[in-house]
Unconditional design. Structure first.
Length: 407
């Protein structure tokens, strides 16, 4: 097991320790301003016995002076030089505008009234927040423990919002110790992030069997290159009209939404569902200006669902699972494929190998089937762009010449 390996054992000797690294006042010279500016930070250190409270260098200095009665004794206890402790106390007195200790340099010292009040205030806060501080310690230590576990992998993924990806994140973590670091964004932005090296994988979706010359082709073809990118099959899903329960406006198409002046909630520029909407409008001979609310947008399927359920919109385009989960009506319009794209050169990386294994597993196929409107479709299968996105056409190679379509 991982805990028996040297690198994994190191995590048991490390603790993510929280410490307040700065406490300062802005506009200190103005007597009317008393705003403390608190910054929190943490340090990864060898584990040591002692308090799990938040640590602060100034409070530790004041406590040591009070407990040991002199600056020199406080310095010895803290393992610091007398010069350093004296200088720090004077620096803080100047910054805070109040004396912290009384007594002359080199002699016995005691805290001033202000110094005592600072320690009292900190003890009150620490006592009140102790459960939250302990929980934060535990969360940080669990998170960093993964970095030292050789059997755990992390895969950075920018992707169009998708309910199945949310389900996959939990399933992969539990079944394969694969942590999916997902940032939901538009399909176009996700592929751009992949090409710029800001992630290892991008998630986007297209209508199945999109014809040549489609808006999807014009949108995605410039971003994806045969021989450079590979597509990993993920899922087939249903997109359609999200409407109020019972579909009171009896909408069966976008043409109905236009004819009945239904208030539409769109997705933002760069979102794959907005690309799909433009495609469907073009198929029905409709213009964007015909759709009431085309310029209004929400960032996710869930946000569109909320807009409809709250009465701020009559209809929006989205996935079936989001509508069903909220108890709304749904009118299916198209089947699409959700794709995962990566660089061909990254296919051998351990996180991607682990993901392929998860996607091919029967357990994942079963979980995917629990989402309304989803089914497995070549899940985990690595395919070339011109197989799933037939927008590239290559001339037949001459005899003896390599065929670029097979790259």
């Amino acid at each position: 097991m991982a805990r028996d390996k040297p690198h994994a054992r190191r995590l048991h000797g490390l603790a993510a320790r929280l410490c307040i690294i700065r406490c300062a006042l802005r506009d200190l010279t103005s007597p009317s301003v008393q705003r403390q500016h608190i910054e929190l930070s943490y340090a990864i250190e060898p584990r040591r016995a002692g308090s799990r409270l938040i640590r602060n260098a100034l409070m530790e200095l004041l406590h040591a002076v009070r407990e040991h009665g002199s600056i020199s004794a406080a310095a010895r206890v803290l393992g610091l030089s007398y010069r350093h402790v004296w200088g720090e106390l004077k620096r803080w007195e100047e910054a805070l505008g109040h004396p912290l200790v009384s007594g002359e340099q080199g002699r016995s010292a005691q805290l001033s009234e202000f110094g005592d009040k600072l320690l009292w205030a900190e003890r009150q806060v620490q006592a009140r927040l102790a459960p939250q501080i302990e929980a934060l310690h535990a969360d940080l230590e669990r998170a960093f423990a993964l970095a030292f576990d050789e059997n755990t992998h992390v895969l950075s993924l920018h992707a169009s919002h998708d309910d199945a990806l949310v389900l996959l994140r939990a399933h992969a973590a539990a079944s394969a110790r694969l942590q999916l670091d997902i940032r939901f964004t538009g399909s176009v932005d996700a592929i751009a992030a992949l090409n710029e090296g800001r992630c290892v994988m991008a998630g986007f979706h297209t209508v199945e069997h999109a014809p040549p010359g489609s808006i999807a082709q014009r949108t995605y073809k410039p971003l994806l290159k045969p021989g450079l990118h590979k597509i990993i099959g993920f899922a087939r899903r249903t997109q359609g009209l999200i409407v109020a329960p019972g579909n009171p406006m009896r909408l069966a198409s976008l043409a109905d939404a236009v004819a009945r002046q239904a208030r539409y909630m769109n997705r933002p520029l760069g979102a794959g569902t907005r690309v799909l909407l433009d495609e469907l409008l073009a198929r029905e001979g409709l213009a964007a200006r015909d759709l009431r609310g085309y310029d209004e947008s929400e960032p996710s399927h869930a946000a569109v669902v909320h807009a409809v359920s709250s009465g701020n919109a009559d209809v929006g385009l989205g996935i079936e699972s989001a509508a069903r989960e909220a108890g709304l009506g749904f009118v299916p319009l198209v089947q699409e494929r959700y794709h995962l794209a990566c660089l061909k050169s990254a296919l051998g990386q351990l996180p991607i190998v682990a993901l392929l294994g998860v996607l091919k597993g029967a357990a994942w196929h079963h979980q995917l089937g629990t989402l309304a409107g989803y089914e497995a479709a070549s899940s985990g299968k690595v395919e070339s762009l011109n197989t799933l996105l037939p927008w590239w056409r290559f001339n037949k190679p001459k005899a003896g010449a390599p065929n670029p379509a097979r790259r």
